[in-house]
Structure formats: C-alpha cells, structure tokens
Design a protein around this ligand. Structure first.
Ligand code: ZN
Length: 394
C-alpha cells in the first residue's frame, strides 16, 4: 500500500491580504477556497491551486496577525518545491526582480532550483519540470506558458534521519534515490508532489510559527485511509477528521515533522462549482451558525490586480472598517480642496467640509491610539509550539 504523492502543503503566515497578494497576484495561483481553520474559527484557512484545484497543486495558509515567528529547522518540512513549465525560469527571475523578491539558484540531483522566500518567510523553490499537464489559469500576466503547474515536492529536515528515511520508504512507499551532497532523495510515481528531498545537515531544531510550514499531507485513496491509520498506529495518529474536501489523519513522523494523510476525494468542488471556486466564504457546518460573528471579526480578503497591491495597516474587520472610513474621509477632504480652488463653496458645503475635517482628524488620532495600544511585550521564554499544536493531536 502506497501513498500517491503529496496532496497539499499547509503553512503558517502573517497578514491574510499579504498572503493573498503574493500567492494569487504575484505567483498567479488560483484562489480556490476561502474558509476558516476547522478547529479555530477565529482564523482564515486560505487555499490556492491550479485551475482545476487538483490534489497535488494545493497550498494552504493559516494567516495569524499577532503570532510569533517560527524558526525553520530540524523536525519540519522546510521548503515547498513548485513545478514550472520548461523554459520559464528566466520569466520567474524577472518577475521576482519586478516585485523586489530576492532570489538565487542552486542545483541538486541535476535539477536547477530558483529559491525565494514569501513575504512571511516561507521558503519556496521553483524547478522546471516535464509534467505535461498545463495549468490553464491565467492571471495578472502569468499566462499558461509560465503558470505554476503544481507541487513538485518538498525539502524536509529531521531530528532522526534513519527513521525518517525508513518512514518515507516503508510506511509511505517512496523509493530511495540516493544521495547528492547533504540531500537524500525519495520519489514516488505521481504527477504532482512526487519528490521528498531530506536535507541531512545538522542545523537547529525548528519551531512552528509564522514563516514555517505546519504540515504536509500525502494523498491516499479514500478506502485506504483506515488501513493506513491501523498500519501507522505506532505514530499515534489522530482520529479520522472530516475536512469537507477530504478526510484525514495527523501524526508526527519519527523525525518530528507533522504529517497528514488526506483522501483524494471528494475534492474542492464539494461545496461550490469549479467556476466559482474561491468566490464565496465557505464555512464547515459546525461553524455555519457563527457566520455573522466570523464575518464581523476577520478582515475581508480579495484577489487583487497588480495595480491594487499596497501595504495594509489593518488587522481585522474593525480596523479594516476604520481604515476604509479613513480613506473615504480623506477622499472627501481632498474633493473639497479641489472644488474650493475652482469656486467659492456654498455655506452648506463649508459646513459639511468642517464636519468631514473634524471626523478625519478624529480618525487619524484614534488610529494612532490603536497603534500605541498594540505595542506588546514579548516573552522570549514562553512555549512557541503551544499555539500551533493541532487540536486533537495526541
Ligand atoms: Zn492539511
């Protein structure tokens, strides 16, 4: 019994709109699902993938505003590797230059990797691959000759290399392809997510938090999930969880990284048709009764054209609303300034302008007060891992 390659990769990031801007607007992936963390409704769970939202192309993110940074290191999946079309690497180098994203190239196993970090510190590598499938989703200048096809694989670091190698080979059914420098390669026969490079260089122990990969999910057939759960009982997997788009179990592999096994069905069209993916806010049934509260709490997020990208001074729905109010007042103040250059304002307009100015000043000062109240002491000694523990993980 073998897994069928990587199903999806999930990472912890910062500001939700910055995450949207990078993966949807800059990388040109399709935003396929807006939902919340099924174990914590106070947090978004944002999904990106190819046009068909196929298993093996899916990257998912948990955006936190106030969480601590994690540390990339041993006991984690450390890098997401994405497949790009043959001959498209120079396009991506230029695109990263255009957006001020630092990049460099490395080689292993005769593959050339273009390496970057996303705005919150997640490591990404791009590799030209032979996959014939083309991602026909085109957005913001990323046309299908350049579009990311899906997941090529991951890099992992382990706290126990011997047993991680054995886990990949004997438990998941990957083939050991040998070694190149600090890397041991494991592969499987699947269109996407077929490669796991284990980097066996002694660095530091990783800790979960913003800028780190939380887990990788391997793809299994629906009818085999139960058998896998029994076969992997030595790793103490969680009970089978219904994630609506797949069913899954979670556990830590012997080297410390969090692993999920997820079923290849029913898929992301379970609750909205292919053409509508990502356009509605989809909640799991156990949170449907909290919809108003959730929508009043989380900042709205948008798939944006390139000319709309900017910095976002808001962190939730309340600060988003006051930001929008502030922008509207500013627009109105400027309109009055323009009109008064052309002609005398009427007495009604003067009265309105004075009110708008007063409201604008109030908005500026309350904005400052909010910012001052946000400054917080950081306790270096508290347990970073605690906040990111999987609910029900045992
Ligand atoms: Zn997952």
């Amino acid at each position: 019994m073998k897994t069928l390659g990587i199903h999806h990769i999930s990472a912890t990031v910062g500001h939700a709109q910055e995450n949207m801007d990078f993966y949807a607007s800059v990388l040109g992936l399709r935003f396929i699902k807006k939902t919340v963390n099924f174990d914590d409704r106070k947090m978004y769970h944002l999904y990106f993938g190819n046009h068909e939202a196929e298993v093996g192309t899916i990257l998912t993110f948990f955006p936190y505003i106030d969480a601590k940074s994690g540390l990339i290191g041993e006991g984690q999946t450390t890098t997401i590797i994405l497949s790009i079309p043959k001959g498209s690497m120079s396009y991506w180098e230029k695109r990263f230059d255009q957006f001020g994203v630092f990049h460099f190239k490395t080689t292993r196993f005769n593959d050339k990797f273009l390496t970057i970090r996303d705005p919150h510190g997640i490591q990404l590598e791009f590799v030209e691959s032979d996959i014939e499938l083309e991602n026909r989703y085109e957005f913001n200048g990323v046309t299908k000759e350049y579009a990311i096809k899906g997941i090529y694989g991951v890099v992992m670091q382990s706290l126990d290399y011997t047993n991680t190698f054995s886990f990949l080979e004997n438990d998941l059914g990957f083939t050991n392809e040998g070694k190149d420098g600090y890397y041991q390669r494991f592969t499987t026969q699947s269109t996407f997510g077929h490669t796991v490079d284990v980097k066996f260089m002694k660095t530091n122990k990783g800790s979960l938090g913003v800028g780190t990969i939380h887990h990788i999910a391997f793809n299994v057939k629906e009818e085999e999930l139960i058998t896998f759960k029994e076969k992997l009982s030595k790793y103490h997997p969680t009970e089978i969880k219904n994630r609506k788009y797949f069913k899954s179990i979670y556990f830590r592999e012997p080297g410390g990284a969090i692993i999920e096994l997820a079923t290849n069905s029913p898929g992301f069209t379970a609750d909205e048709p292919l053409e509508d993916l990502g356009t509605n806010f989809r909640l799991p049934s156990h949170y449907e009764s909290y919809r108003n509260e959730i929508e009043n709490d989380l900042m709205p997020v948008f798939v944006q054209k390139l000319d709309a990208l900017k910095n976002y001074p808001y962190t939730d729905k309340k600060t988003y609303d006051s930001y929008i109010n502030h922008q509207n007042l500013l627009k109105r103040v400027n309109e009055f300034a323009k009109i008064s250059k052309e002609r005398e304002l009427t007495s009604e307009e003067v009265q309105e302008r004075n009110e708008v100015r007063k409201a604008y000043v109030k908005s500026v000062t309350s904005g400052l007060r909010n910012m001052i109240e946000k400054i917080d002491f950081v306790d270096e000694n508290d347990n970073r891992e605690k906040a990111f523990k999987i609910k029900g993980d045992n």
